[in-house]
Structure formats: C-alpha cells, structure tokens
Design a protein around this ligand. Structure first.
Ligand code: BES
Ligand code: MN
Length: 451
C-alpha cells in the first residue's frame, strides 16, 4: 500500500469514530457529547501539527480553533466546519442506527456523515496529509469548527463579531454543501438565509370538552391552521405584506447557466422527493424556487391529543415551529417584523398568538470571479476531470454572511455531498469516494494557492 492509501484508510476509521459521538446540538441532554466531539477534532488537529489548538468558549457549545501560520507571504485560509448534527429521528426509518456508522455500497451511513463531520474531516485530513508529506503547508490556515450550526446558536457569531486577530484571513473555505450530481465538481455561490421561530397560540384557560364547549370556545390548533394558510397560499406565494419588496432576482446569465445544468425534473421528483408532484410558485424553475426564492415552512405542530384512539378535547394551547428561508437583500429582522404583523392580522378571534424568534441569519452570495473561488474551481477540475459548475443552495450556513460582513472575506463553498445524501433525514450517508476525492481536491487547492 502506498503511503496515501494507508493514510486514507486511517482517515476513514477516525471519521467513523467521530461519527459515533451523538453531537446533537439542539438537545440539551447531549451537552457532554458536544464537548467530546469538539475535543475529538481538537486533538486530531493537534496531532496533525497545528498550533494553538483550543476550545473557545463564547457560551453554548465550544468552538474549536487551531492554526498553522508558517508560510509568510502566502494566503491565509479560514477553514470552517461544524461538528454538530441534526436530531436523528424518526429512528425506526434508519437501516442501521444513526450513531453506529456502517459502510454499505461505498457509502458511510450515519447522522453527520456528510453534514458535516465527513466534510469537515476532509479539511482536517487534507491539512494533516500535507503536514505529514512535506512537514509544512503551502498556505497559512486557521481552523474554526463550531458546534451550533444546526441549532442556530450564537457562540460563533459572538466570536466572529469580535473580529479577533486569530481570525484574520483572506478567504474562508467551507466543505458543507453538495455537488450538483455525482462526479460533477460544484461550487456553491449562494445560500439562503433563515428566520426560525415558534408560533405560540393560546385560547381557553385549560383544555375543554369539545362537545360541551364546541361552538363557543376558540381552538388554538384551528387558529394555527388559519394563520398558516393566511401566510402562504396554495401556489407557494407568501402573503406577508412587504415580504418580497427586497427580493433580488438572479442575473439572467446566472439563470441561463442553471438552465444548462443536467437536470431531469421527473427523476428529481421520483428519486429525491418521492411525492406525487412538485409544488411551489408557478413560473419559477425548480432552481429558482429552491435557490433564489424565499419560502415559509412549518416543521412541527404541537398541541391537543395525539395519542392512539379518540379524545374529544379543545386544546387550550398549541405551538407551530415555522421558518422562512430568505434570499439576498432580505433582512432577517425586517422579515420577523413583517411576519409578526401578518400573524396579528390573520389571528382569529378568541386566541392570543405570539411569534417567538429562535434564530435568524441573512442569505449570502459569493462572487464566482473571486480569485479564491476560481482557484478552487480549477483544483476541483484537476481531481474530478470535469468542468466545475457554479450552483446555489437553498440551505443556510448562518456564519457565511458574518465572515463577509465582519472579517471582510469571501467564503469558498466546495462541497462533496450528493443530492441523495439524505441530509437531516433518516439514512444520511456520505459517498466514500467523495470523501477521498475531497481530500485530494483540497490538497490540490492549497498547493495551487501556495504556488
Ligand atoms: N450543510 C447544511 C446547509 C446546506 C445544505 C448547504 C445543502 C448547501 C447544501 C447546513 O448544515 C444546514 O443544514 N444548515 C441549517 C442551518 C439552520 C438550522 C440555521 C439549515 O439550512 O437548515
Ligand atoms: Mn452542514
């Protein structure tokens, strides 16, 4: 076995160990796992030969920092990833348990396999490999790996807003996005923003008999239904006054490039969605609807009787978790105000309705002409042997906007996930060849930037 081959094998084994730690940031009972997962990557960075490896405390779950600055005159890259994962439920739909990684058909199945432990591990291992091979790096690097990306925590934004000298860099490099298709190298040039919160609705003082009081008592679950349908119509158009005022359409050239992407809508519907048909705003392509148009979704509704059998009750209160995805130029604070006003206007008689904000972040755009982006595209081309495509994503990586606003740096989003990797879903997976190709592409990227 060549050196690199045994290195790859070990990198994979280590990733599997990291995946065994259930670092679910949103669930308080996993606090100790969060620290273990952070410490796991910190020690790996230390072993790789990086300096100042540390856990940075800004409240919430720790940030992991490490640096290697031995290439004066060369660019400095801020390598970002997240060690936290989404909750794995519904557990019964997993073929193998979410925190017992299994390799089947060349894929690692585990929560966090691609989002984002597997992809963060690409950056860690690319650096380690170069250090091992050359005893040095062609560029300067600083790692910043957070544990609250999936729950909208603010530790990282507090840290970045301080503009600490440890974060001075020329560009951020992030592996936390997807390739457009297998084998097709892709750079993500746009992410949507987000506003996430809870709609709390209260009616009667306590649950009531639905026969005795039905007809006069307000029903908070019905109120949630009424409010939600007043916020968005059947065509996916958001009805919140002023909501679209700042929305910027993608440039015609960008839309034309999207139209040239290899895409079969029927196959997308069947393979990725698995519903009877697609929904959303008429007159906009799937890419526009998912990448460049704002949305409003409901994620869960709590209230009333949900057990087996029948119980005739009018619940006293109900909660809906809702989010809006925002596009460039929309402002999270403003969108929240507009949403609150729309809820107040839509609320039926007899209930109190309140929107409680959990977190928000603006959308972000990256200039494809930026030197750091172009070099990444070329490095990817060298490894994958195909021309890199520039795509956007409908997902959010909240800190990208602040990297730009506070640190004045662009983010290079070179992602190695695949469209069917089941992010946030049961049976999340990561294609092992993409893990290895990712390491090679990042190595190549650093070499190009240092040349
Ligand atoms: N890695 C994803 C975002 C993503 C997915 C980017 C696919 C590009 C392609 C990220 O970890 C994520 O899921 N973020 C959350 C953030 C939110 C909870 C604040 C999201 O988008 O829901
Ligand atoms: Mn992610």
């Amino acid at each position: 076995m060549t050196d690199f081959e045994s290195f790859r094998k070990q990198a994979l084994d280590e990733l599997l160990d990291w995946l065994r730690i259930p670092s679910i940031s949103t669930l308080p009972e996993h606090k100790a796992d969060m620290i273990r997962a952070a410490e796991y990557v910190r020690t790996a960075l230390e072993r790789a030969g990086l300096a100042k490896t540390s856990l940075v405390d800004r409240g919430g779950h720790p940030l992991v920092y490490a640096e290697w600055l031995g290439a004066p005159g060369k660019p400095t890259l801020l390598l970002y990833g997240h060690y936290d994962v989404q909750p794995p439920d519904p557990l019964e739909e997993w073929v193998s348990p979410p925190f017992e990684p299994q390799i089947r058909n060349g894929n690692i199945y585990a929560r966090g396999a691609t989002d984002d432990k597997g992809q963060t591990w690409i950056l860690v291992k690319a650096v380690e490999w170069l250090m091992r091979r050359d005893g040095r790096l062609p560029v300067n690097v600083r790692f910043l790996i957070e544990g609250e990306e999936e729950c909208g925590g603010e530790a990282i934004s507090r840290y970045v807003s301080e503009k600490p000298p440890e974060l001075a860099a020329d560009a951020a490099v992030i592996c936390d996005s997807e390739m457009f298709a297998p084998g097709l190298p892709s750079i993500c040039t746009g992410l949507r923003g987000i506003v996430y919160g809870e709609l709390h609705v209260e009616g009667a003082r306590q649950d009531l008999h639905s026969g005795v009081y039905g007809g006069v008592a307000p029903n908070p679950l019905m109120a949630i239904a009424e409010i939600l349908t007043a916020l968005k119509n059947r065509d996916g158009r958001i009805l919140i006054p002023g909501f679209y005022d700042r929305v910027v359409e993608p440039a015609p050239a960008e839309k034309e490039a999207w139209a040239r992407l290899p895409f079969d809508e029927k196959e997308y519907l069947e393979k990725e969605i698995g519903a009877p048909e697609l929904t959303g705003e008429p007159g906009y392509s799937v890419f526009e609807r998912t990448w460049a148009r704002p949305t409003l979704e409901v994620h869960g509704i709590r209230g009333g009787f949900t057990g087996e059998g029948a119980k005739t009750v009018i619940p006293a209160r109900a909660v809906a978790k809702i989010s809006m995805r925002l596009v460039p130029e929309q402002r999270p604070e403003e969108a929240v105000e507009q949403l609150r006003a729309a809820i107040a206007a839509a609320k039926p008689r007899g209930v109190r309705a309140e929107f409680r904000l959990l977190h928000g972040a603006p959308a972000s755009l990256v200039d494809p002409e930026n030197l750091f982006v172009k070099e990444a595209a070329l490095a990817l081309e060298e490894i994958f042997g195909r021309k890199t495509v520039f795509i956007r994503s409908g997902g959010s990586i909240p800190i990208v906007g602040l990297f730009n606003a506070c640190l004045g740096i662009p983010s290079v989003l070179m992602g190695f996930g695949l469209p069917d990797d089941n992010l946030h879903s049961p049976n999340e997976k990561f294609h092992v060849p993409n893990f290895f190709a990712g390491i090679e592409a990042v190595v190549r990227y650093f070499e190009r930037l240092g040349a």
